[in-house]
Write a protein that binds this ligand. Structure first.
Ligand code: KG4
Ligand code: ZN
Length: 348
């Protein structure tokens, strides 16, 4: 099966084409035939965040040539495809509409099955594409718009344990990066800057530390950084900036590890102890090597396997949408062309 996926829910216009097959061990496996992306980061950078109307217009400008480019890269035509998938939400509604309408139009003209994909589910399943992973697994979804801990028992079978009560993790990274005068989006800049910093330099809060639930909160941490950075005592020299980036990243890492450890207890009860334990991190923040390492240590402590998709597949891309479409298609699903774009769409 070959599926083309369209992603337009935020500020990346992205097209992926994947081949889905079943390996001799019975697990799904995928190969990437095309992966093209047009980032709008530069257009939004001067506003310090994504401007929805600008994003939707930019998607319209580049979508058709990007699809043509993806087909060319894969040396395929529309006639070679088994289905078309597009993100139908959650996301910025204007952008979601652009991708969804395009997918529906291609499906209608080429008489192809159509799949309306939940963007969070696409992140959730992305690790199964490049590393063969069986269900169940505990998913730590950490992106610019979402932070959640979810037991994934099978395709479409999700049980949520906790989510953020205020900012998403990626949002906290972006806002802190802005405070420190680093670039946008801020996650990768903080990671790079933190390499030269001392994580013990600034004492920052770890919200909810010591509690047994699985919810997150990052607003207080961000405010604590703001208080220090905006105080007269804080000299914005490169070393202090690096120390603050490292201290912030360390606080985030501790919170993620502690919440994930809590969720692991619930997850074990849900799926039973006879199944191998797997923790998967996905979403843009999962590209962060420091956080990946902390989560890998946690997994080791619990005799669990830790996996995260290739960093390239952690941030938004079209491949994960194509892959989620392929997984559903293989499971016998296709959607009606009346599927609606959704600004909000919870996974669990
Ligand atoms: O998954 P994603 O591309 O988009 C959403 O669905 O939200 O995630 C984007 C978020 C941004 O907030 C960005 O700062 C963060 O992921 N991010 C990172 C890193 N790379 C991207 N955060 C921490 N470290 C990184 N290396
Ligand atoms: Zn995303």
């Amino acid at each position: 099966m070959i599926v083309l996926g369209i992603e337009t829910s935020c500020d990346e216009t992205a097209i992926g084409i994947v081949r889905h097959s079943i390996a001799p061990n019975g697990l799904a496996r995928g190969s990437i035939l095309a992966d093209v992306i047009a980032s709008q980061t530069d257009r939004h950078a001067k506003f310090g965040g994504v401007v929805p109307e600008l994003a939707a217009r930019a998607h319209i400008e580049v979508l058709t040539p990007l699809i043509q480019q993806a087909l060319k890269d894969a040396k395929l035509s529309f006639d070679d495809l088994s289905a078309i998938a597009a993100t139908a939400g959650p996301g910025l509604i204007g952008g979601v509409m652009v991708g969804l309408v395009m997918a529906k139009a291609i499906a209608m003209v080429k008489n192809l099955p159509f799949l309306a994909i939940n963007h969070l589910e696409a992140h959730a399943l992305s690790a199964r594409l490049d590393t063969q992973i069986d269900y169940p697994f505990l998913l730590l979804l950490i992106s610019g718009g979402h932070s959640a801990l979810i037991s994934v028992r099978g395709l479409g079978d999700y049980h949520g344990w906790g989510a953020t009560r205020d900012d998403a993790v990626g949002e906290a990274f972006d806002k802190t990066a802005r405070l420190l005068g680093l670039g946008f989006p801020g996650g990768a800049f903080i990671e790079k800057t933190a390499i030269n910093g001392c994580e013990k330099k600034f004492k920052l809060p770890r919200p909810f530390f010591g509690t047994s639930h699985c919810d997150f909160s990052f607003a207080g941490l961000k405010t604590a950084v703001r208080r220090i950075v905006e105080s007269d005592d804080f000299n914005k020299n490169p070393q202090n900036i690096a120390d603050m980036a490292a201290s912030f990243q360390s606080a985030i890492g501790d919170c993620l590890v502690e919440r994930t450890e809590n969720a692991l207890k619930f997850h074990k009860k849900l799926v039973g102890t006879q199944k191998p334990l797997t923790i998967i991190a996905a979403g843009g923040v999962a590209a962060n090597q420091y956080i990946r390492k902390k989560l890998a240590n946690l997994a080791q402590k619990h005799n669990a396997k830790f996996m995260a998709p290739h960093p390239r597949l952690c941030t938004d891309n079209g491949v994960m949408v194509a892959w989620a479409g392929a997984e559903h298609l293989a499971n016998g699903r296709s959607d009606l062309l009346t599927a609606k774009p959704r600004a909000r769409w919870d996974l669990a």
